[in-house]
Design a protein around this ligand. Structure first.
Ligand SMILES: Cc1ncc(COP(=O)(O)O)c(C=O)c1O
Length: 471
């Protein structure tokens, strides 16, 4: 998916951000970009090395977001190239229906162990959307095995992004990404509750805030009929749709209690926030809440190949084993041996080099520097995140939290200015204030980022924010 979530449009002419009222808020010439897979209009990338991108206009761009939160150990690592080549020599492809391979077995064993056995089965796929789609379908099929075919409803949140396929997009709340397809997205089976976003949901106390969020879920169960709900799907830390918003304490475990009381499953979509991005290998490990199903992708193979997985919790897996049930689902490239070899090697590099610890240490530095440099800016409403997963939300007015007008494309302008004038790549998004409004950028450096690079990123990002929005 591209950086900002509207349909393709011609490049904006250089213009002023009226609300900023600064003397230097004229944008430099636009950088072309595309939200589709069409290639026209984009710069050609001739090289990516370490933490830098090298497009064909001669620039060298510091990567502060791993593309879409993917390139987590930098580019061009020889050990990963070797793992891919060795696997290709041994077996470059096999249908998951015909044989298993050592590569997939080793990766599955490693993943299951990484969850302390909470997850018991692994389906290896290519994209996050595929993993989410599979999670929705397996939830449904699980209930049919248990003799509860009436469980046809899914509950997710209004500001969320779970993927681009019709099922995963039906579960997503992201206004702009849904808009062109809304007649095709099932309103019958997919239902939304509000997000968990303390910045935009006023409350008199943390306990009142938590109680309100849980009451919203409970009332949705009651509205639908508790025994019709198959699963609740949430991102533990909301990525593209909200800009790195972590849950409040006890929120995820309270969701789990409500789901289980009503016989529904809990799915955590960790496509963006998982695989060490937020300072623990699995995001749920920070929150004492184990899901029934979990999706992973992005940092899983660090971008060295397309890799995602559905992890199946012990409750579902043990029923499958005990009753010999198989999931009616499969892709041509499922359990791809090269994907498995590469993903496992990426995870081993993260382990061998102690990069999870680096995520925690550099994450604290990133938080401190972003707060020092941008926390007082009159158009920065909120800075939030965890590990190396940080979002900066822009507002027109800090007091009222009023967002900028959508057409001003503020996050997009910061992104362009950062890339063109300050040589740093960030991930821009819109919709964090609800109904497509609200601008944010996401900062998601590689796990092997150095303190010096973190400092450089924040300086360059802050300079871009000031150039676009004034001081
Ligand atoms: C939380 C989440 N789920 C699912 C997806 C879809 O993944 P993909 O783009 O690999 O299909 C994304 C993509 O950004 C995501 O952030």
């Amino acid at each position: 998916m591209g950086q900002v979530f509207s349909s393709r449009r011609p490049p904006l002419p250089p213009q002023k951000i009226e609300a900023a009222g600064s003397s230097s808020d004229t944008l430099p010439e636009d950088i072309p970009w595309s939200t589709s897979s069409a290639l026209d209009g984009l710069l050609t990338l001739t090289k990516a090395k370490g933490h830098y991108w090298y497009p064909n206009d001669g620039s060298r761009i510091l990567d502060a977001c791993g593309g879409a939160g993917v390139a987590c150990i930098g580019h061009g690592r020889k050990e990963i190239i070797k793992a891919a080549t060795n696997q290709m020599k041994e077996c470059s492809y096999v249908s998951y229906a015909h044989f298993k391979t050592n590569a997939v077995q080793e990766l599955s064993d490693w993943l299951i162990e990484s969850t302390g056995g909470a997850m018991q089965k692994v389906y290896l796929m290519s994209s996050g959307s595929e993993a989410v789609e599979a999670a929705l379908k397996l939830s449904r099929e699980y209930h049919t095995w248990r003799g509860e075919p009436q469980r046809v409803n899914f509950i997710s949140r209004s500001e969320s992004y779970h993927g681009t396929t019709l099922g995963s997009l039906s579960a997503s709340g992201h206004h702009t990404r849904r808009a062109p397809f809304s007649p095709l997205l099932s309103p019958t089976n997919f239902h939304k509750i509000p997000p968990c976003n303390p910045y935009r949901q006023p409350s008199s106390s943390p306990s009142e805030f938590l109680a309100a969020r849980i009451a919203e879920l409970e009332s949705e169960f009651q509205r639908l009929g508790p025994d019709t709900v198959a699963a609740v799907l949430v991102e533990p830390i909301v990525g593209a749709a909200l800009g790195c918003v972590p849950p409040v304490p006890h929120y995820l475990s309270a969701l789990r209690s409500v789901c289980h009381r009503h016989g529904a499953l809990l799915i955590f979509d960790e496509v963006m926030c998982g695989m060490s991005r937020a300072g623990t290998l699995h995001a749920w490990q920070s929150y004492n809440a184990v899901p029934d199903l979990q999706t992973i992708a992005k940092g899983f193979a660090g971008g060295y190949c397309p890799a995602s997985a559905l992890l199946v919790g012990s409750k579902i897996a043990s029923l499958m084993t005990a009753e010999g049930k198989t999931f009616t689902h499969g892709h041509t490239y499922q359990n791809h041996p090269v994907v498995a070899a590469v993903a496992l090697r990426v995870q081993k590099v993260i382990q061998e080099e102690g990069l999870l610890r680096n995520v925690q240490v550099q994450g604290r530095l990133l938080e401190r520097l972003l707060t020092e440099r941008l926390g007082g800016h009159r158009h920065v409403g909120d800075i939030r995140g965890k590990g190396l997963f940080w979002g900066v939300e822009f507002v027109k007015d800090r007091e009222t939290k009023e967002p900028f007008e959508v057409e001003k494309q503020v996050a997009m302008r910061v992104f362009r200015c950062a890339m063109k004038s300050h040589g740093v790549l960030v991930y821009a998004g819109q919709g964090c204030a609800g109904e497509g409004k609200g601008d944010h950028i996401m900062v998601m450096p590689a796990y092997d980022v150095t303190s010096r690079e973190v400092g450089k990123m924040v300086e360059r990002i802050a300079a871009a924010v000031e150039e676009v929005l004034g001081r």
